[in-house]
Each structure stands twice: as C-alpha cells, then as structure tokens.
Design a protein around this ligand. Sequence first.
Ligand SMILES: Nc1ncnc2c1ncn2[C@@H]1O[C@H](COP(=O)(O)OP(=O)(O)OP(=O)(O)O)[C@@H](O)[C@H]1O
Ligand SMILES: [Mg+2]
Length: 283
Amino acid sequence: MGPLGLFSAVESTASAFSEAGFGGEAAGEPLFITLSGISKRYGTVTALTGLDLDIPPGSIFGIIGKSGAGKSTLLRIMSLLESPDSGQVYYGRERVDTLRGAALRERQRNMGMIFQNFNLMASRNVSGNIAYPLEIAGLHKKQIHERVEELLELVDITDKRRARLRELSGGQKQRVAIARALASSPQVLFCDEATSALDPLTTRSILSLIRELQRKLSITVVLITHQMEVIRAVCEEVAVLDGGQVAERGTVRDLFANPRSAAARELLHSGQQIGHTEGGGDE
Ligand SMILES: Nc1ncnc2c1ncn2[C@@H]1O[C@H](COP(=O)(O)OP(=O)(O)OP(=O)(O)O)[C@@H](O)[C@H]1O
Ligand SMILES: [Mg+2]
C-alpha cells in the first residue's frame, strides 16, 4: 500500500463533520497569494533573492528545501510577519506587504499558523489555548465557549478540553494548535514543519487531519517541510526552494517522476519514508 492508503479512513470522518453542522465554516473565497521579486537579507546573509511564486487557492501547496534554503523566511513574508527588502506580496489583487497598523492586523486575522514546536501557552489548558484568539477578537463568553466546542470537535480532541498541555502527546498538542489557528475561520493556514517533531504514525494522522480540514473548509494551505514524503502524502503542487530562489515548481506527480533541478534530486535521494503502519497515531 502506498503512503496515501490511510486517507480512505479520513473521508468518512469528513462527512461526519458536515452532518455535525460545521458546513458553514468556509471563510469566503480561498486566498490567491502572489509573490513577486522578493528579496530578504539578514546582515550579510541573503535569505531570499528575487523570488517569484504564486500559490494556487483552495489547495495544499508544498514548499520544500534543505535547511537554510529560505523556507521559514518566505513563510514569514507571505504571512506578513516580516517585510521583504524588495518585491511585493499580493492577496488577490491587493498589495499587502506595505500594510501597517489596523489594516495589517485585519489581514493577519485571516490566516492561521502552526509550527514544529506548537507555540502553545503552558499556563492555559486545551480550551484556554483555543479560546485565546477569540478573547483577543473580543467575542462574548458564550460565543467563545460555543466556538471552542466546535473547534475541539473539528480536530477530534473533545475529551481533552480541560487537559493541561503537559498531559498531551505531541500529536494532541498539534491538534490544539490547529484548532487555535482555525479559531477565527482563516482563509489560509500556514504550516512550518508542523509534523517535523512527530513520529511517523502521528505525522500521518496530523497530515490526514490537515488534508481533511482543507477540503472541509475550502481553505488554502501552505505547507513547509524538508521531508519529501510529507509533500507526497498531502500536496497537489510544490515549489522546491534552493539558495533563496525557486529551483523548480510543478505538480507533485511530476516532481517525483521527473525531478528537473539538482536540489529536487538531492531531496528525493535523501528522503525518508513516513511509516507505513496502519492506525491513527497520536497516542
Ligand atoms: N532572523 C534572522 N537573523 C539572521 N539570519 C537569519 C534570520 N532568519 C533567517 N536567517 C538566515 O537566512 C537563511 C534562511 O533561513 P530560513 O530560516 O528561512 O531557512 P529554512 O529553509 O527555514 O531552514 P530550516 O529548514 O533549517 O528551518 C539562513 O541562512 C538563516 O541563517
Ligand atoms: Mg525553517
């Protein structure tokens, strides 16, 4: 069985969510992100240099490259956490890299982000972490409670609603982080090495959740990884980053069948398999 085999079990859960009334989640049109001529330096280090990339809306787009290739820098610029030294970022037709203040915060509410190390708050329990962005947004207590319950169900972790973080496995923590990232119904979810700290089985269960959520909510997912197998498991299209530029870009199928760049060939040869054992992971 190939690495995609596990996703058959996921389809049935997705339809269960529709029946549970999560159908109205989608936040309007999926976001079309375009980057044009992006350069970024840190002192003498050139992180990105004249990078052009457009991210197809409503899909899972992969960005792969070896350590130091510029992936996280690109993600911070794409998600408006950092400004490029030169070049432009567009969401749809709107130029967004120049936004500041309230207009920037408004845009940032439209995106969710998850990381390798989860970035959760140890002082809050599971529900408290998921509630945090809703509190910041000024929702009423009752609205927050209802939304948190929806999100707990969406990421399948309702039984842990009052658990402390130290009582959770890595996979469960990432589920909490995903729920928090989706709290304000973003149009795009950015994932920076979201499965890199997880074992193979848990990686598969988190990837299948991301895939299920992308379909369910019709969001755009940008997934950064250094693992080819992660790309193969969930992405439709992929860009290979090398030395702060796009070395190659295309469908995942083409990349695996016929890698054109030296960077892609290198990543393919060094690639490890995600475990092929059946089961859900997480525990
Ligand atoms: N805040 C920073 N200050 C100084 N240098 C930085 C900073 N952020 C990134 N860099 C440098 O920019 C280059 C690209 O870094 P980046 O973190 O984007 O790579 P990456 O592809 O995400 O790598 P990894 O796979 O290890 O996470 C590296 O040489 C890095 O050292
Ligand atoms: Mg990185």
